[in-house]
Design a protein around this ligand. Structure first.
Ligand SMILES: [Cu+2]
Length: 151
């Protein structure tokens, strides 16, 4: 790896809220801040697992219900569906982002303001064993160019 690339990586890691548990690395975890009246939000992050595993669920004290969703283009139509699991292959960075996989926070207990911390508990499964990984997503302003969370 070139020194330039290494320096960039270090900068990225320092700039992102990172969580590590044994062999899983989560970076750039963020949630979308809400506008008044909004009951749902989305959370996003990058996950790199050091061994094959799966994300099988997410919980959060910020929402009554939390689901893992996927959005994808079906022809010209953007469709969303709930997924039971997301595969996290060893060494591959799996990106949860607006328009793709995301964590859907439903029936929010209170509004989310930019800068708020949204705690998330990821349920991971590998080799028949499950464990949880706690991640703090930092709320960002809702007015980004990314697609808004759907109800
Ligand atoms: Cu969704």
């Amino acid at each position: 790896m070139s020194p330039v690339v290494s320096a960039c990586l270090i900068t990225l890691l320092l700039a992102s809220p990172a969580a590590r548990a044994a062999d899983v690395q989560v970076t750039d975890a963020w949630a979308r801040a809400t506008v008044p009246g909004q009951q749902v939000s989305g959370a996003y992050m990058q996950i790199e697992a050091g061994a094959d595993m799966r994300l099988v669920g997410v919980a959060s004290p910020a929402a009554v219900r939390v689901e893992v969703h996927e959005m994808r283009m079906d022809g010209d139509v953007m469709r969303m569906r709930k997924v039971a699991t997301i595969d996290l292959p060893q060494g591959k960075v799996v990106v949860l982002k607006p328009g793709g996989y995301h964590i859907m926070l439903m029936n929010l207990k209170k509004p989310i303001a930019p800068g708020d911390i949204v705690p998330l508990k990821l349920e991971l499964e590998s080799d028949g064993k499950s464990r949880t990984l706690e991640v703090n997503a930092v709320a960002r302003a809702p007015g980004s160019h990314a697609p808004a969370p759907h109800p």
